[in-house]
Design a binder for this molecule. Structure first.
Ligand code: C5P
Length: 395
């Protein structure tokens, strides 16, 4: 993920999630951002400025009266050239302060003094009961209506031993959300359905036929489409990947389940991106019991053809903009162009199957009615952003 050249003010308020802020600062720096940390007094009970200084590479500001800024106006200076201010963790009390325009410490003052053009994002972190209280929820609604972006919280185990909503998002999720925040909103208001991953066609209750698709390209496209402002539905075969933040995921196993999920949601979509490596065939008769080994005998399986999901959608009377993927093993240029025409779709993305399955990067060729265009090898995340821009341009 790329935040090269971005100036980020990272505010820390009091909460045990400060330990995750250390890792978040590190991830921001790794993504190319320049990070200026500002800590409240409460935050300093959980983590020291020295730690945050070492990780961010800049001295940390904690005090409104800090005389390191020549005009003694740290609250003005720090926010003026920031690309974004992100408060992570943001305590319930700090949310209250933001709602009321408090200015009684450096962090709240610089939030209040920030120019309109500097976005403010907050990642709440608190106990589930604190999050659930009407007072907190009133503050959440007010922050949203004031144009402040809320990231999370997540649900799960809490440091206090309780379980529920209020956990701060993980550092990589915060990084993903912040990176997405800076993407141009090319698909704003559009609905995008993406199929991803392999399918699993059972033989018996414990065995099946599948392929080596990891789902990485489809999930990267889901992230990029969401970051571009689209409402994204991801119909995913079995993968080991986390569902991207803000994306609705419909998990499926078999090609027929994937077909059913896609067809029942396709009516409202502007775009279908069929990335899934759908099994072409399924086992005709699935055994309800585990097939027993018998000395000297091997089972023989009969197959039936699975529905072609992409072709079914492309054949609808008014289909969404359809994008297909082709994983070939040879002569990509000839096979890609022919497959695009056969599937009757406006855009097809070709790649060499065994060079992409499970990898973090890829080399792709785009086929449309005008010919083809090869894109240089890049990370799947980067290619996904390019591909979303190409789709948006053609819509
Ligand atoms: O024909 P082939 O399987 O090579 O086509 C690949 C493209 O078609 C991919 O976009 C894939 O997601 C889609 N597909 C599908 N349903 C199938 C087979 C492939 O949607 N049963």
């Amino acid at each position: 993920m790329n935040l090269a050249g971005k100036k980020i003010v990272l505010g820390l308020t009091g909460g045990i999630a400060c330990y995750k802020a250390a890792e978040f600062a590190r991830a921001l720096v790794k993504a190319g951002a320049s990070v200026q940390v500002v800590m409240t007094e409460a935050a300093r009970h959980f983590i020291t400025p020295v730690t945050m200084q070492a990780l961010s590479g800049h001295t940390v500001f904690t005090d409104q009266w800090d005389n390191r800024v020549s005009n003694n106006m740290a609250h003005i200076d720090l926010s003026r050239d920031a690309d974004a201010i992100i408060i992570a963790p943001c305590s319930a009390d700090f949310m209250r302060k933001l709602v009321h325009g408090a200015a009684d410490d450096l962090l709240s003052t610089l939030c209040l003094a920030r120019p309109h053009a500097v976005p403010l994002l907050v990642a709440p972190a608190m106990n589930v009961e604190m999050w659930d209280k009407p007072a907190t929820q009133r503050n959440v609604a007010q922050l949203k209506s004031d144009g402040i972006t809320l990231l999370g919280p997540a649900s799960g185990d809490q440091a206090c031993g309780e379980t529920g909503l209020g956990r701060m998002l993980e550092p990589e999720q915060l990084l993903e959300a912040l990176t997405g925040f800076f993407q141009p909103k090319l698909l704003s208001g559009k609905r995008v359905l993406i199929t991803a991953g392999p399918t699993f066609e059972p033989i018996d209750p414990v065995r099946g036929v599948t392929n080596l698709s990891s789902g990485k390209m489809g999930y990267a496209l889901a992230r990029a489409a969401h970051a571009a402002g689209a409402h994204v539905t991801l119909v995913s075969g079995p993968t080991a990947l986390a569902v991207p933040l803000g994306v609705t995921c419909i998990p499926v196993m078999t090609a027929r389940e994937m077909h059913e999920a896609v067809m029942s949601h396709i009516g409202e979509q502007s775009v279908l991106i069929a990335v899934a490596a759908v099994a072409d065939w399924r086992v005709a008769e699935v055994s309800t019991q585990k097939i027993k080994k018998q000395a000297g005998a091997t089972p023989s399986l009969q197959f039936e053809t699975n529905p072609d999901i992409l072709a079914s959608v492309a054949a609808l009377p008014s289909p969404p903009f359809c994008v297909g993927f082709a994983a070939e093993s040879d002569d990509l240029l000839a096979h890609g162009a022919a497959k695009r025409e056969r599937k009757n779709i406006p855009l097809l993305v070709g790649n060499i199957g065994h060079q992409t399955f499970g990898k973090d990067d890829n080399e792709i060729v785009l086929f449309d009615a005008n010919g083809h265009q090869a894109l240089p090898r890049a990370s799947k995340d980067k290619l996904a952003v390019t591909l979303i821009a190409e789709i948006a341009r053609r819509l």
